[in-house]
Design a protein around this ligand. Structure first.
Ligand code: NAD
Length: 333
């Protein structure tokens, strides 16, 4: 039976990388019927919002979406489409696998870690105001409910995927109440998983440790903002943002998207690396049970990246997005 999947092209390089992922997934033999819906800047004029109701309805109906990046204007205008989507659909786990691939220029060889970022609260709760003309205040929300479920999701993932260690990242030495609560929840949940090693690490120390020795880490779990920053930093350990996929998962749906943004500096230039979006597509295929198609694409990516003949400029090559895409499709035949 065909799986119905919502497809959101996004803006900037979004349509380019989503187009590539769609072509590759279609060529893999997976039975997908795409429900294409537009969001972002281009729909604002028509619908008065960058996130029209039909986008949310489509995801609620299909329960699964593959999404391109959507631009968020800085300091003005609409609230981020990405944050709104995650909060409205309660997609509380943001999962970002960070892995080295042979052939990609990186300082490390055996990085294989997964970041679990809490996706619904923290400073992203959007509670901000001006205290006076010269002072602004943003409020950080940390709840037991959200902390428990993200830590549990990290441990469940570890158990299911034969991972050995979960590291909780926090700043409870300074934010004794908010991060203190997150840490307390993490320590409590860890007691239910005695088969998996647990440690907690302060976020600044973790930043240094990840740069020094990323091979030592396995599953990391943290509140929203630290997850945002550390996952971009960790992308730098394995060849850049073009290599890191992502999933936003809740009880009622899952939205898969690359970790990178809409990259306006290279939009429309056929220079964007589609791998992060294709890897997000692989996570999506595994989520819906299309394991053979996922394995086929993964193998083809590994081969094309290892050969290095058809990779995009961010990976040190000269190929365009379309050539990279065709090379992966050819490899699957
Ligand atoms: P960005 O990730 O778009 O770009 C950062 C740098 O990485 C740029 O130099 C860009 O060219 C490069 N890059 C990113 N993806 C690449 C790819 N696939 N191939 C090659 N190079 C790539 O980050 P930004 O510039 O801070 O953000 C641009 C916009 O994207 C902002 O409006 C931001 O809010 C939005 N954004 C959206 C999402 C999302 O939709 N989930 C995530 C992050 C940022």
């Amino acid at each position: 039976m065909d799986h119905k999947v919502t497809l959101i092209p996004g803006d900037g390089i979004g349509p380019e990388v989503i187009g590539a992922a769609r072509k590759i997934i279609d060529a893999s033999g997976a039975n997908i019927e795409w429900d294409v819906v537009k969001a972002g800047e281009e729909v604002i004029e028509e619908f008065g919002t960058p996130l029209p109701e039909y986008v949310l309805e489509s995801i609620k109906r299909n329960k699964v979406a593959l999404k391109g990046p959507v631009t968020t204007p800085v300091g003005k205008g609409f609230k981020s489409v990405n944050v709104t989507l995650r909060q409205t659909l309660n997609l509380y786990s943001n999962i970002r696998p960070i892995k080295t691939y042979a052939g990609i220029k990186s300082r490390y060889e055996n990085v294989d870690l997964v970041i679990f970022r809490e996706n619904t609260e923290d400073l992203y709760a959007g509670i901000e105001h001006m205290v006076s003309d010269e002072i602004a205040e943003s409020i950080k929300i940390i709840s037991k409910k959200a902390s428990d479920r993200i830590v549990r999701a990290a441990f469940e993932y570890a158990r299911k995927n034969n991972r050995k260690k979960v590291s909780a990242v926090h700043k409870a030495n300074i934010m004794k109440l908010s991060d203190g609560l997150f840490l307390k929840c993490a320590r409590n949940i860890a007691k239910e998983y005695s088969d998996i090693e647990f440690e907690d690490v302060i976020v600044d120390a973790m930043s240094m440790k990840l740069v020094l020795d990323p091979e030592k880490y396995d599953v990391l779990v943290m509140p929203n903002l630290y997850g945002d920053i550390l996952s971009d930093m960790a992308a730098g350990l394995v060849g850049g943002l073009g290599m890191v996929p992502g999933a936003n998962i809740g009880e009622n749906g899952a939205v898969f998207e690359p970790a990178h943004g809409s990259a306006p500096d290279i939009a429309g230039m056929n220079k964007s690396n589609p791998i992060a979006t294709v890897l997000s597509g692989i996570m999506m295929l595994k989520h819906i049970g299309e394991f053979d198609a996922a394995a086929k694409i993964e193998k083809a990516i590994e081969k094309v990246v290892r050969d290095g003949m058809h990779v995009t400029p961010d990976l040190g090559g000269n190929a365009g997005t379309s050539e990279f895409t065709e090379a992966i499709i050819k490899e699957m035949k």
